[in-house]
Structure formats: structure tokens, C-alpha cells
Design a protein around this ligand. Sequence first.
Ligand SMILES: Cc1ncc(COP(=O)(O)O)c(C=O)c1O
Length: 371
Amino acid sequence: MKRGGTRPAVGGPVPRPAVRRMRPYAPPLEGRRRGLRLDFNENTAGPPRAALRALAALDGDDLAMYPEYGAARAAVARAFGVSPRELLLTNGTDDAIHLVVDTFAGPGDEVLIVEPSYAMYRFYAERAGARVRAVRAAPGSGGGGGGFPLERVLAALRRARPPRVALLASPNNPTGAVMPAAALRAVLEAAPRTAVLVDEAYFEFCGQTALGAIRRHHNLIVARTFSKARGLAGLRLGCLFANARLAAGMARAHSPYSVGAAALAAGLAALGDEAATRRYAAEVVRARGALEAALDGLGILRFPSGGNFVLVDVGARAAALVRGLARRGILVRDRRRDFGRPGFVRITVGTEAQTRRLIRALAALWDGRAR
Ligand SMILES: Cc1ncc(COP(=O)(O)O)c(C=O)c1O
């Protein structure tokens, strides 16, 4: 077996070198249905009812036909306060990241990421054959848990040949760090020819957005998703926003079929009931505060978060804690891979009732009353 790849069958097709070099990434998606799922930063209460009703109302024609996007794009654009020319509908943020990378970077081009961050940035950059320049946001430095490493990012952007693409998450996953608006402005101005994607998958839990700046900064692209606060991760729907010229450039490289009819119908219905999404997000923010207070009370090191999750560092006790919670039906995510050492665990924040259950289990495990 060659390093990082599979040996092809003799005489059979061989994946491109960039694909052979990719690090395998297999998130633990299976067997989660019956647990309290605090491991993937999903909505733990389900989508707005209107979305379920819209799905139930789909008829045979809706499914037999390729979807029509015009009216849906106009409605989504209205909901987000942009022109339809500034919007692309995508098959989740996943498709959006893929599209941004593929539009602007090819083999040998540089893609800048901050690590630890969302694993799919590296995935799509490596798949495109790009060179990944990863700036480390070390835990405990620059704003614990990975505050935004602005100076190092600016240094990477100001080189003679700047990266073609920068992929940034705010709030960042798994650290929870929110990128200050002034830092983003500095990034955008440092490299006007670098396509800067700001992935705002967790926007609803922090309220800070760069969306209003897409007309001012012609290298800014903002991604939003219906997977988190709106509870539609299973359907795969997202949006990309950018000034009309940049959006048109990306549209050239985007499959005209990438979003399904069910995702469109449910997504539009969810947008029609934003009050439900706001209520859910507000409850999660309250629950996050309760979890943070409980962690502080237990003396567990945790990092400030603008998302629907909290990263903790429990040192050598991480594996036992994750196992103990799993025995109680509570799934959380061991993030040691992100930091190169055990200790880091990311806990999704759900409803207040779910968070009370989590805190009880955590407290019992932590003070040794339970295993
Ligand atoms: C920063 C970030 N972006 C995007 C996603 C996934 O979004 P989607 O389901 O829209 O592909 C995640 C999921 O964990 C994430 O953490």
C-alpha cells in the first residue's frame, strides 16, 4: 500500500495524484438516530413545522420534474435582502465550498485555511490539487481555543503571489471563535484578488455577519446554510452570496441541477417561518449560557463560542468522558484530530431540556459519582 492511497487494481483506472494524496475523512455518521445527538452541531429539535408540511405537500410532478429555480431564488434573495444576481443556491455549504475552490483554484494554486476549522475546506482544496497553506490557531493563544490568527493570515495574504482562495468560518468550528469585523476587513483589503469565503453556518447563534459588505468588497463571498438553525441538514441546502460579477463567475462553474426539489420546498417554507428559527436559536443561546456556567462550575476548561456548540479541553479524561456520555445515550465529538493531542471535546448545544440532561450527566461523570 502506498502512503495515503489505495493500490489500484492492475490495469484498472487510477485516481488522479491529488486524489491519491488526500487524507481520508470519514465523520462518524452511522448509528446516531436513537442518541441525543450533540456531535454534529445539528438542530436537535427539528425544522419549523412549515417545512415538514411543505415536504408532505409535494406531488408526483414536483418529484418527476427537474426543479425550477427562478421563483425560489427570488424568494430566497428577498429573505436575505440581496438581489437574485448576488445569490447562488447550493447543495449545502459543502457544494458551496467545492464551488468556490473549483472556480478560483486549480492544481498548484494556493488555498489558505485556518486550522483547526471545518474539515471540508482542506478536503476540497486537496481534491482540486491545490496547495493548502494552513495557518494554525493554537489553542490557548490569540484568544483561547483558536481566536483568529490575524497577523499570520495577513502575512500569508500579502506575499507576492497571494493565495487564490481563503476559506474562513465565523463562528469557527470547532473552536467557536467569531472573527472580529475589523479583522475581516483587514483580510479583504490585504488581498483584493483572493476570493475570501466567509462561512457563516452558525450565524443565527451569534448574529454577526459580513453579508452587508458584499457590494463593498468585491472579493468577499458569504455562505449560509439551512443545516444548522433551520434544522434541514438532511436535505442539503445552502446559499452563496457575492457581488453580481463574482456570483456570475461562480455560476459558470456550478451545476444547474445541484439543488433538489424537496430541499427547495422545505427551505422556502422554513424561510416563511423565520420566527420559529429565531425562537430555536434564542433557546440554544440561553442553553449555551447555562452549559458554559455549568462547565465553569465544574472547573472544566472551555472556550468562548458564537455557535451552537462549546469546545472543552478535559485533558487526559476526554476519552472516558466521551464514552461515559455515550453510555448515557449522549453523543459528543472527540476533536483530538484537530489539535494533535487528546483532550478536546466539542459539545453541541440543543434545547434547554436537553442541555439540563447533558449537564447532569457531565457533572456525575466529572466528579466521579458515575462512570
Ligand atoms: C463551519 C461549517 N460550515 C459548514 C458546515 C456544513 O454545512 P452544510 O450542511 O450546509 O454542508 C458545517 C457543519 O458542521 C460547519 O461546521
